[in-house]
Ligand binder design. Structure first.
Ligand code: F6R
Length: 254
């Protein structure tokens, strides 16, 4: 694992965008795994800026998002389909047919999970996976007590996740109880992984992911076993990391 501690949320997004852009420059037909939520927004903004200013080319890039709420169609403003169009895809030159998210409206979620996995495999697997982390250390919507061997599947959201995500809704009752998410196995098969976190409310989860036991109780802890992970966190999210770990990191300006 490589750890980058940044001075701000914007800087975190900047560092992540550099890695994603580097991946695309080296392999223009890269397959990216993408996340939603507040965390990666600054990364998307920076990637859009790089596309506009120096023409970073997404025309051969393929994307697979981690997850979608069950029962939400792509035209629903709360859906992750909508979020990705709004924050990223409509601002870049990616081909619509190269954009993939699990279908939260599918009739048979098991079949949908299998379809999604086959599609990822048909594209040669994910080159670079971007992850956020939940306060309970979930990645994707793989909640504590996760089965590490799972691929894309239906998940029941934790109460903690529902409360955390209620900030995007009028009321906690409106947050869907179920989602379809890539599994830990899907995530672990990616060639490279970037884990992003910002804010003090993520400090405990970051500590568990990097320094805790590898356990299904803290799904992100499995990343300790991945061969190529870059963790990019702001100072607040790094707060609980022991100084010997923080001491060997690059603390960037900005
Ligand atoms: C989003 C996802 C989740 C989020 C996590 C953090 O696609 O899979 O794991 O990354 O819940 O969410 P934010 O960034 O909103 O704090």
């Amino acid at each position: 694992m490589r750890l980058i501690i940044t001075n701000s949320y914007e800087q975190m997004g900047f560092e992540a965008a550099n890695i994603v852009a580097g991946q695309i420059y080296l392999k223009p037909d890269s397959v990216l795994g993408l996340a939603t939520g507040s965390t990666p927004v600054s990364m998307y903004e920076r990637l859009v800026a790089v596309h506009r200013t120096v023409g970073l080319d997404f025309s051969e890039v393929t994307t697979f998002n981690l997850d979608e709420y069950i029962g939400m169609g792509s035209d629903n403003p709360q859906s992750y389909h909508y979020f990705m169009q709004d924050k990223f895809f409509r601002h870049i030159n990616i081909k619509p047919e190269n954009v993939h998210l699990p279908d939260g409206m599918a009739e048979d979620m098991e079949a949908e999970g299998e379809r999604y996995e086959k599609l990822i495999a048909a594209k040669g697997g994910i080159d670079l996976q971007v992850l956020g982390i939940g306060q309970n250390a979930h990645i994707g919507f793989n909640e504590p007590d996760v089965k590490f061997a799972a691929t894309t599947h239906k998940v029941e959201l934790d109460e903690e996740t529902i409360m955390a995500n209620s900030r995007f809704f009028n009321h906690a009752d409106e947050v869907p109880r179920y989602a379809i998410s890539m599994g830990i196995k899907t995530i672990m098969m990616a060639g490279h992984v970037i884990l992003l976190a910002n804010g003090r409310n993520k400090a405990k989860a970051v500590y568990k992911a990097l320094c805790g036991d590898v356990t299904p109780e803290a799904p992100a802890s499995i990343l300790q076993l991945h061969r190529d992970v870059v963790v990019i966190v702001d100072r607040e999210a790094a707060e609980m990391l022991p100084s010997e770990i923080r001491g060997v990191t690059i603390a960037r300006k900005g």
